[in-house]
Design a protein around this ligand. Sequence first.
Ligand code: C2O
Ligand code: CU
Ligand code: CU
Length: 534
Amino acid sequence: MKTTTNCNRRKFLKYAAIGIAGAVTYPSWTQAAGKFTRVNTPSDDFLPDVEIELTMNTADVAILNGEKTRVWKVTGKVITGDSNILDNNEGTYLAPTLRFKKGQKVRMILNNDLPAQSILHWHGLHVPANMDGNPMYAINRGETYIYEFEILNRAGTYFYHAHTHGVTARQVYSGLAGLLLVSDDQEHALHLPSGDHDVPLVIQDRSFDGQNQLVYSASMMQRMQGFLGDRILVNGRPDFVLPVATRAYRLRLVNGSNSRIYKLAWDDGTPMTVIGVDGGLLEKPEQHAYVMMAPGQRRELWVDFSERTVGAELTLRSLQFDIDMHGGMMGHGMMGHRRGMMGGMMSVSTLPSGSDYPILKIRVAKKEQGDNTLPKALTPITELQTKNAANANNPKTITLSMEHMSALLNGRSYKMDDIQPDEIIPVNSLQLIEFDNGFDGGMHGMMMDMPHPMHLHGEQFQIVKREVSAHVTDNYATVSAGLIDGGWQDTVLVMPGEKVTILKPFNDFKGLFMYHCHNLEHEDMGMMRDFLIK
Ligand code: C2O
Ligand code: CU
Ligand code: CU
């Protein structure tokens, strides 16, 4: 990291806190703000319904009492379209919330005014390869990348975030992530709670130092486990309280954390009514005692507060669960050593993963009459059939492993432009893919068992089945009732000792589409590869 010599301690602290976010830093004279060089050009035959300019910059926002926090902030401006499609979430590090309709043609003009390279990726959207924010498209300070695509996705809660080679975790942690909500006619016809009664809730964990600056420590141990902050923030705010009226709400939960997995439940035992997942609404509402959410996942809840009294409170908690991360060492005579090592890793956060802690509080603030009926059926979903997969009898296996301080897919680490024969997929084909995380003794030697939220770029997929090894069933039982596997998904949690099979369509677009672990520290450690669709 480069630093200037004449900065005072205060400035240095701020710089140090944020300097972690980029491997490459540029002197400030590189480019004056507002003057950006385009690395690609808008196309003449693309007529946008919506045109938005997004600028990434540093900003100081008031998160905690006292000193402001230096963050990396995306600020947006609508150039063409209704001004209410964009909300800058001012005063927080969250990137603007963008609201699009299915079928809209969108142009986004991304300016980089950060002291580092960066690029944004539209998580969950089905867009052309060169519009997808692959790290190879990262732009320098003073440069502009122009995205043009049509919103092909169905209504749902999508999001976007930095996807910069080797520093995605640091950049997302510093603030480079925001919501992208898509609506469509099918969803509209259901008359779900809308407007003030449709509330996105981005859940993240952060750590702050004594000067209120973000702390990101990337020791090898913390990267192996994934960074865990010691405070929960919701929509960029600590101690989040949501005031509600006595009626039904739609809550769109997004796990925007780097590595933290949540087991969410209402503290009074009310079942969670799940209506949507990554790729939009389910076929029908489902009730679960708790809902698991891995990094990158979205889960939509329907909650009715009409029976509650004004002044009543309800807390959303993350409940205790077990992941035996040294399970892979069983029977290899190394358990004592591994346990000691994992013990050290568990203590990296004062808020350990799998412990019991509050996420947010809901306070019933006023009486209000609303339409509180939950539709029995939501949206029809055509079930993909294994027999229609191009490789129906020959699933593409992706083994997940962590060993020798690296995180690998099929034993490989991420490399740009390194397509192997088994990573080539014919366009317009349906593929059967299995993620093997040490299923039935697949682990060996010095490997470490970890849960891995596996994400694939491009089209949403469906989960076909889960297979669990006998030696992990006790731990698995502490999470399994909260895995919501229906509907369309783009990120699936693969637990230690488990194999998950999915069916994924690769339609319309040729080129490179990534698949990776959405534990962002694992991703940066190399647990990421490209598929070449051709
Ligand atoms: Cu949300 Cu490739 O990532
Ligand atoms: Cu993605
Ligand atoms: Cu992982």
